[in-house]
Write a protein that binds this ligand. Sequence first.
Ligand code: ATP
Length: 371
Amino acid sequence: MGWIELKNVTKRFGQVLAVDRLSLEINAGEFLTLLGPSGCGKTTVLRIIAGLEIPDEGEIKIGEKTVFSSREGIFVPPGKRDIGLVFQSYALWPHLTIFQNVAFGLQIQKINSNIIKQKVATILSYMHLQGIENRYPQELSGGQQQRVALARMLVTRPSIFLMDEPLSNLDAKLRMEMRTEIKRIHRESKATTIYVTHDQTEALTLSSLVAVMDKGRLQQIAPPLQLYKRPANLFVADFIGSPTMNFIPGKIVKKDGQFLLDAKNFFLPIPPLENLRGKRVIAAIRPEEIQILKNEEPETLSGEVYSVLPSGAETLIQVKTEENLFNIRILEEISFDIGEKVSLKLAKDSILFYDQETGNLISPMDRVNKE
Ligand code: ATP
């Protein structure tokens, strides 16, 4: 129990194609985050899995049970899917105390009242909410209410957790703490979790798998590190990472035995890519894969410092070359003057190449040097 499968799920709202032929397999115990810009269809997918929205087409299985099939005319209502839900709007019952709100799901299961007390106390302390059991929701801050909603879902230990931006109302410090708690509870409960957020840090830190969506379509599904290191297409490459990757369009050429990216006004040294010779690509490189040098060296690009943003542990620097504005991240505090002349050294082997026509990553297989 606990695994979820979506096959070719499509949902339209009038003219809007909110979810477009989405297929996903989520193993039991996985923590999958749906990530993407506003309006990409994340919430709709979650509501479809919960049974709160009926797709136009497709099939959904939870464990061995088909809970939706357009072909076979099956639709299992939300209450019969054994899932816990927390939405951004947390809808606590205003006439019940915090204790009663959290205990409600357990009381329905007719659990012994001493055990209920114990379970509620434990989950409230996990959520940093001790001492407010007898208050009413309207006597709490938005962030506290949101944590009560989380506690209410987590306490019943459903085999599937669905969460839609459950930390959106919390300040930065509390959000960090709650992420840790959610991760800990997930590890302990091993409940299959689907989490919706537009916050990439949240997605990358919490999840075992991240599914990036755009305009109702799945763009890539991968573990966080893979998503960061090898974005499958230009949309994901541009969406993941802050500051964003640096993109340089050009053509792969070979000159005097050396491979270069001919980017019109400059040549960028690249690894030997015999089979990509003559191809128009977009080279992409992360800000932390670029070094800034005070002196010119071979195989560097010259430019001048455009902006410097120190932030304690790291410094974000923009350098303007003739054609591009490069984002660079240095993992230390370092000072440069605006306008200072510098050279950039790009870590050749960390450059990814995307097909200019399709926008897709050119895989390492295609990059094999056939010389
Ligand atoms: P956000 O991060 O802003 O919550 P989202 O990625 O969760 O966005 P959805 O809420 O799933 O996106 O919406 C996907 C698309 O479907 C949007 O264009 C939205 O306007 C549309 N949509 C969602 N629900 C409805 C509805 N009930 N009626 C009409 N259109 C809807």
